[in-house]
Write a protein that binds this ligand. Structure first.
Ligand SMILES: Cc1cc2nc3c(=O)[nH]c(=O)nc-3n(C[C@H](O)[C@H](O)[C@H](O)COP(=O)(O)O)c2cc1C
Length: 324
């Protein structure tokens, strides 16, 4: 059963889309599907699983992204995610980092469609929640359209019905993960062809999308859009998602009201021994494009590290935004 609405999602991003970040983003949009950072099966099975699975009730709809290629381990982790309350599990077949390639995780798996198919099958058999795949349009040496169709067709046979495609290839040698998000050209046309050739699949487009106008345009062709960097650097973008992309009534929210709602969460985090910047580092982009943005960033990314009274700095930052 697939009841998750993927019309608009915020991409999984290591070190960025942790539980604090998702809590903050959820204050801005009720409808965006939020993805966790990638968690490897090894970390989840042998590490501090409670930490990786932690999320707040208000985060839903929220998906856990897994990295791995051992079908049995992936099945165990998918079950753990379901029990923990996640709405979806996504398998990472798009990350190009060397570190993960050595462990057969991420984009290198595009060269092994049968293994991915096997993984997805085991994952799905273990749970009721949907299992989805996030992938590239190819990898170097295996970037023909026929190979892409072979990959998607094979994984579809395992029963996967939702694919998120980052519309550029990954170059597995010579480029850093960051370069791999910018240098290989975006090929929305290839993703669109994929949707044409697999009309029954839910296809979510990812890569380089920056505005809701672009989202609306892509939604003519695709079933959903996923935004990564722009959502993190300019989270206020999400304030119009529920209205413009889901047709909900536009709520009267302001950036100040978001920060007021975040305040008790921050206080609670610190009461439990956490540090304010764990949370405030994710909200620096909120003032982007508005007067006072520099001061807001300065207070919450530098001053807050040096003070014994982080809430005073926080309030000062919020005051600086008042009225906007
Ligand atoms: C800091 C950072 C970390 C990322 N970590 C992951 C990850 O854990 N899993 C994943 O599938 N993609 C990861 N990505 C890739 C994004 O999910 C997305 O595919 C990519 O940024 C392209 O979308 P965008 O142009 O909207 O940012 C990461 C991207 C960034 C910027």
């Amino acid at each position: 059963m697939n009841t998750v609405n993927r019309r608009f999602s915020v991409a999984p991003m290591m070190d960025w889309t942790d539980a604090h970040c998702r809590y903050f983003l959820r204050l801005i949009s009720k409808r965006a599907l939020l993805y966790s950072e990638m968690v490897t099966t090894g970390a989840l099975i042998h590490g501090d699983s409670a930490r990786f699975l932690r999320h707040a009730d208000c985060e839903h709809p929220v998906a856990l992204q897994l990295g791995g290629s051992n079908p049995a381990d992936l099945a165990i982790c998918t079950k753990m995610a379901e029990v923990a309350g996640f709405d979806e599990v996504n398998l990472n077949v798009g990350c190009p980092s060397d570190r993960v390639q050595n462990n057969m995780i991420g984009a290198c798996l595009m060269a092994h469609p049968q293994l991915v198919t096997d993984c997805v099958k085991h994952m799905q058999d273990a749970v009721q929640i949907p299992v989805t795949v996030k992938h590239r349009i190819g990898i170097n040496g295996r970037d023909s359209y026929a190979e892409l169709c072979d990959f998607v067709g094979s994984v579809q046979e395992a029963g996967c019905t939702s694919f998120t495609v980052h519309a550029r290839i990954a170059i597995l040698e010579g480029l850093s993960p960051k370069e791999n998000r910018d240098i290989p050209p975006l090929r929305y046309d290839i993703a669109a062809q994929l949707k044409k050739d697999f009309p029954d699949l839910e296809l979510i487009l990812n890569g380089g999308i920056k505005t809701l106008e672009e989202c609306t345009e892509h939604l003519q062709t695709f079933d959903g859009v996923m935004i990564g960097r722009e959502a993190y650097h300019n989270p206020w973008l999400l304030s119009k998602v529920d209205h413009q992309l889901f047709g909900d009534a536009q709520l009267e929210i302001t950036r100040t009201s978001i920060l007021e709602q975040l305040r008790p969460y921050l206080v609670e985090h610190m009461a439990q021994g956490g540090k304010a910047p764990h949370i405030t580092r994710h909200i620096l982009g909120l003032a982007q494009g508005f007067p006072g943005a520099r001061r807001f960033r300065q207070l919450l990314s530098a001053d807050i590290y040096k003070t014994d009274e982080p809430m005073r700095i926080y309030d000062k930052a919020v005051e600086g935004l008042e009225g906007r």
